[in-house]
Design a protein around this ligand. Sequence first.
Ligand code: NAI
Length: 301
Amino acid sequence: MGELRFDGRVAIITGAGAGLGRAYALELSRRGAAVVVNDLGGSISGEGSSRAADEVVDEIRSNGGRAIADFGSVTDQNAMNEMAARVVSEFGRIDILVANAGIIRDRTFAKMGAADFEDVVDVHLMGTVRTVRAVWPTMVGQGGGRIIVTTSGSGLFGGFGQSNYAAAKMGIIGFMNVLKVEGAKSSIKVNAIGPMALTRMSADAMPEALAKRSHPNHVAAALVYLASDEGPNGVILNAGGGLYSSSRIVDSVGITVADENISAETVRDRWEEIANTSGERGWKNMSDYSRYLVEKIMSVS
Ligand code: NAI
């Protein structure tokens, strides 16, 4: 159980010009990785652009690390493809992708315009999809890779005023759940980080006492583990303020009924049994779940 090192490895981190992405870039570089700092450098809600990525690259280089900046937007498939091609020509490979870029436009659903919903989904969910699409063939060709996508407690549990963001963050979990299966034969592992840290994105939402305890470095430690050779596959690792936990989607034992004439009233009357949380289990993947379903359904007649 030695030190987790990344010498000779190449990592792309989207949204790495600030906040958590910056912390991930610095830590992966400190452990030997060549790092691609992608960031278009916009505002918290996604307007404008800046050279923020350059500053992180300068910081990494001044510490003796290898890094390049990329200013492409995750909303642009061509920009993501060009970034991946440039990384391969510069460094020869792509070992790690951290899909981290994000924006927020919080409002209750009743007041949220369609554009604010769609833009947030476009950056988080489709931005993750585009970046993965850009690196996937290289990882398959290499016979391995590590992808870390970014979820949020807001999606996992429901955050007021964030229906756009939460929908994207749970869509990302569905995406991960399939890639963890499809990538396995190429030794590509796909995991999700559920971070909590004081950044410009969270500054307004976080109580001061919690903010003081919530350094991005806590999250970077979890991220580095997921990016390593020893990391798991298909997990959600929550990290923030020094608390580390793993969320999973579970299923109650429920009831099984063979009678196809079962009534809505029976479902109502047995709701407590259906929803009973004792004995809840998670499933490794859809095949496991399907196997269980067949066995369970066939067990009653
Ligand atoms: P941040 O606002 O400090 O960093 C996000 C970065 O993404 C910014 O530098 C921004 O320029 C970049 N970005 C935005 N749109 C982009 C685009 N189209 N293309 C390329 N880069 C783009 O926010 P923070 O907190 O570091 O967030 C990082 C990730 O962690 C996000 O996905 C966020 O949703 C997630 N997260 C953060 C939490 C927290 O407590 N800070 C809680 C839960 C999730």
